[in-house]
Design a binder for this molecule. Structure first.
Ligand code: SAM
Length: 290
């Protein structure tokens, strides 16, 4: 395991993933019944953009730091994400974008939970899981597990709550990560078919993305949406050209919200190539949606 998310925190992919995650969590907050969140590949939870790792790559400069300079123009769907960024940075977002604290998926989820909601985090890296634990030590609503996230999906689903969200965000170091993700989703969905699932994957060459979408379609799971944000037109497998999300059981009107949110993020991060798209892989009736 070589991957450390601290080198990539706040980059373009993080912005897309976390803005959508915050939107989905906010939608869960619109009903009073408690919800459950499982984050199978949690990372360290909260990132220091002035820290050595983030500074070494500078990836946040093209991601969140660039976006924040255009924050006032973002649509309502971005509000939950921006509110969490502000909460973690002294209550206000500087117009030049130089925030220091950047929330990973665990800090975002925790920030959007209410009393009674529950968060389970799995992280396999021995050092990173300790950092993660440090953020939630006294928190009775959060459980941190040093374990394989793929096994966590089996161990923690279905939850006792009837509503909730599962985040699956592996590092894509292994060549069979796409296959593993599809198998994990199929297993998790068999155990808990009503939960919302948010899966992140890298957009590199198009053939790999199409194969992944085909594998998802072949599961027969209904209500699978795909959302893309790319910043390069390249069809190359040797670099990250964009960020992809799979959303299973998206709440009503998510498609409309993303149709506003994603182009605004693309523009806000100053991308001049690539673009955004959102479509069903299988729709509400289980029909292939292309
Ligand atoms: N979800 C995090 C966020 O948005 O803030 C970022 C997660 S990062 C892309 C992937 C994480 O998965 C890394 O911290 C890595 O150590 C961890 N990881 C790798 N293999 C794992 C496994 N089998 N089970 C759980 N965690 C794993």
């Amino acid at each position: 395991m070589n991957y450390r998310h601290a080198f990539h925190a706040g980059n373009q992919a993080d912005v897309m993933k976390h803005a959508v995650l915050a939107y989905l969590l906010d939608r869960l907050c619109s009903k009073p019944a408690p919800f459950f969140v499982l984050d199978s590949h949690a990372g360290i939870g909260l990132y220091d953009l002035d820290g050595e790792a983030a500074q070494r790559t500078g990836e946040a400069v093209r991601g969140i730091r660039r976006l924040l300079s255009t924050a006032p123009a973002l649509p309502a769907a971005a509000a939950p994400y921006l509110a969490q960024l502000a909460r973690l940075n002294g209550g206000a977002l500087p117009a030049d974008g130089t925030i220091r604290s950047y929330p990973g998926s665990p800090a975002l989820a925790r920030g959007l939970m209410r009393p009674g909601d529950r968060l389970v985090l799995a992280e396999l890296h021995a050092e990173d899981v300790e950092t993660l634990r440090g953020h939630f030590r006294q928190d009775t609503q959060v459980a941190v597990h040093h374990m394989d996230g793929w096994l966590a999906l089996k161990a923690h689903l279905p939850p006792k709550e009837r509503r909730g969200l599962v985040v699956i965000d592996p590092p894509f170091e292994a060549p069979d990560e796409y296959e593993r993700m599809v198998a994990a989703l199929a297993l998790a969905h068999r155990r808990w078919s009503t939960g919302i699932y948010l899966l992140w994957y890298p957009i590199k060459d198009r053939a790999t993305m199409w194969r992944f979408h085909q594998m998802l379609e072949d599961t027969g799971i209904p209500k699978i949406a795909a959302a893309n944000l790319s910043w390069a037109d390249d069809d190359r497998s040797d670099r990250l050209n964009g960020s992809g999300l799979i959303i299973v059981n998206p709440p009503w009107q998510t498609e409309e919200a993303l149709a506003e949110l994603l182009p605004a993020l693309h523009q806000g991060m100053g991308a001049v190539q690539g673009g955004t798209a959102c479509h069903w892989i299988r729709d509400e009736n289980g029909q292939p949606g292309r």
